[in-house]
Design a protein around this ligand. Structure first.
Ligand SMILES: [Mg+2]
Length: 222
């Protein structure tokens, strides 16, 4: 659906891969964690790395996949402490802060809506200037359902007063966007390049943003 800003009063924004560069998360799970795990347990990184990848993939899209406490007990390592070792890689995506300032100046209600748990949010907020911009910071871990699940959206609506037919939701996950679409969020957009170190290649049935400025350029047809 074409964006009709006169009809949009609430903007829901994902965190990792949308406002923040997914490079941090990809590097952490695919490289840093396997490296530190192999060191800690004195194992061969070449053997351990694919095993860890398989264990991660098996939980993808579930609430546990996004829980640092779950992975800390799964791997016997303090995941948040390990993330802190590479926190310098946590960065906003281009124009993320400008987007938040623009939306606030236009009087839109701003919700951060993430599957990340509170410890991860705290770490990301400590390294960025996101925190001050939101009316609400929502972690799906608080509701017990991931954004991929329909129950999440009902829980969100019961906690926060917003009108889905007047809401725009931006997320880099097609599964999450589909879930929001089924619930009835009217305006949906995906992110072309969630990870700055990977090619810009994502497609979405809901429309993909190359730059946040596209949101305010009707001629771009987003
Ligand atoms: Mg994301």
């Amino acid at each position: 659906m074409l964006l009709d800003w006169s009809n949009i009063d609430t903007v829901l924004l994902d965190m990792d891969g949308t406002l923040l560069d997914l490079h941090f998360d990809n590097y952490f799970w695919l490289t840093h964690l396997p490296t530190r795990y192999a060191e800690h347990f004195n194992l061969d990184p070449a053997v351990v790395t694919p095993q860890i990848h398989d264990r991660l993939i098996a939980r993808r899209g579930t609430l546990k996949w996004y829980s640092t406490d779950f992975w800390s007990s799964e791997f016997g390592l303090d995941i948040i402490a390990l993330k802190g070792e590479i926190k310098h890689l946590i960065n906003e995506r281009p124009q993320a802060l400008e987007l938040l300032r623009t939306l606030a100046a236009r009087g839109k209600k701003l919700l951060l809506v993430t599957n990340a748990d509170r410890k991860s949010i705290q770490l990301k907020f400590s390294q960025t200037a996101l925190a001050e911009h939101f009316d609400h910071v929502v972690s799906s871990q608080d509701y017990g359902y991931a954004k991929e699940q329909p129950e999440f959206w009902h829980a969100l609506k019961s906690h926060i007063d917003f009108n889905p037919t007047k809401a725009l939701f931006i997320d880099d996950s097609e599964a999450v966007l589909n879930s929001a679409h089924r619930y009835g969020i009217a305006y949906l957009r995906s992110i072309a390049q969630p990870d700055s170190q990977q090619r810009s290649s994502q497609n979405s049935q809901f429309g993909t943003i190359e730059s946040f400025q596209d949101l305010f350029s009707p001629e771009r047809g987003v």
